[in-house]
Design a protein around this ligand. Structure first.
Ligand code: 5GP
Ligand code: MN
Length: 329
């Protein structure tokens, strides 16, 4: 029988208290919640006297400008040789395919899987998946309480980052009374909330504005406007001199367009397998579960925010989105 959430919480706190050496990891191309939960957990455990290694793949560093104020000086980009002897803690990582550790030989004895994705594949020896938590940061905040760990300003800043990014600055339905209670506690710990908002959402490089302009100008509507999407090509990125990470936020504009039920940003990407597309989706009112659509395309995510990668042609991809949306509405 699956343990209850309370049992999983107690088991997780027990394992974090008992462990001495840890390896912390998160998903590839880490977003605010991935970074916030990873770095806060590292600081919390170090504060309890543990030996902690936090890993981010070399490809994902340096961090994009929104996150470049975070202290990653102690983060490692190589899986340590003694990984097998460490308790591995996955944070905000719905499945092991999204983890850079999957390519490594490490077969740790104990894996703690701490996450809030409902489609988490429950790959850990302890799975603590809190589906109604706004963010993994919210789960880490609660675990810190359970561990009796003090909230230093640096821990509170990292947690606040995870909270504000995964709740869309407290706008999405996942921002509950508990999320606001967490915000109250973090602000009371002495952080400058406004400064964090400005670091993350302002200081825009001008190239990002140009990329937004292209994406918004190229907006297309399907299904009588229920699907609003935009496509960015490799050429768009080149001409704007913008990296892929500058797309962050575009899909939120598309979602806000009147009549939209699903918004999608489709961007071309080139890797060792050639050209493909990355699709980022948002549901406007929560009625259409975009994680179902993402799973149909081989990806995953949350009901209101999900994504996948596809080798379909642009036309076939849009047809897939239309078919999937029609099936749900
Ligand atoms: P974003 O659109 O911001 O890249 O991602 C939104 C949500 O979808 C995030 O919670 C992210 O974890 C999830 N997601 C995006 N792409 C993938 C994917 O390829 N596979 C899985 N499993 N989840 C994804
Ligand atoms: Mn998250």
């Amino acid at each position: 029988m699956n343990p209850t959430a309370t049992e999983s919480r107690e088991q997780t706190i027990g394992a974090l208290s008992a462990g001495e050496r840890f390896l912390l990891v998160t998903h590839e191309h880490p977003d605010g919640d991935a970074l916030g939960s990873l770095l806060s957990m590292a600081m919390i455990l170090r504060g309890l006297g543990k030996d902690v290694v936090a890993f981010i793949a070399a490809d994902d560093l340096p961090l994009s400008y929104e996150y470049d104020w975070l202290d990653v000086s102690e983060v490692v980009t190589q899986v340590p040789d003694d990984a097998d002897e460490r308790v591995v803690v996955f944070l905000d990582c719905g499945n092991t395919e999204r983890s850079p550790l999957v390519d490594e030989a490490a077969t740790p004895e104990q894996v703690l899987n701490i996450d809030h994705h409902h489609d988490n594949t429950r790959f850990g020896s302890i799975d603590y998946v809190v589906e109604d938590a706004s963010s993994t940061a919210e789960i880490v905040w609660d675990l810190a309480r359970g561990l009796g760990a003090p909230l230093t300003p640096a821990i509170a800043e990292a947690l606040y980052l995870g909270l504000i990014t995964d709740t869309g600055r407290f706008m999405y339905p996942n921002a509950t009374a508990r999320s606001h209670e967490m915000a109250t506690e973090l602000l009371a710990a002495g952080i400058d909330g406004n400064l964090i908002f400005r670091r993350v959402y302002e200081n825009l490089p001008e190239a990002k504005l140009h990329l937004f302009a292209r994406a918004l100008t190229a907006t297309e509507r399907y299904l009588d406007g229920r699907l609003t999407l935009s496509v960015l090509s490799n050429d768009d990125f080149e001409q704007c001199e913008a990296p892929a990470s500058y797309t962050e936020g575009i899909v939120d504009f598309l979602r806000a367009v009147d009549g939209t039920r699903v918004a999608a940003l489709i961007r071309e990407t080139t890797d060792e397998h050639g050209e493909s597309y990355r699709i980022s989706m948002r549901s406007s009112d929560g009625e259409i579960d975009v994680s179902k659509i993402a799973r149909a395309g081989g990806g995953g995510g949350h009901p209101a925010a999900a994504g996948f990668k596809s080798e379909l042609s642009r036309g076939d991809l849009i047809e897939l989105l239309c078919t999937q949306i029609s099936e749900q509405s």
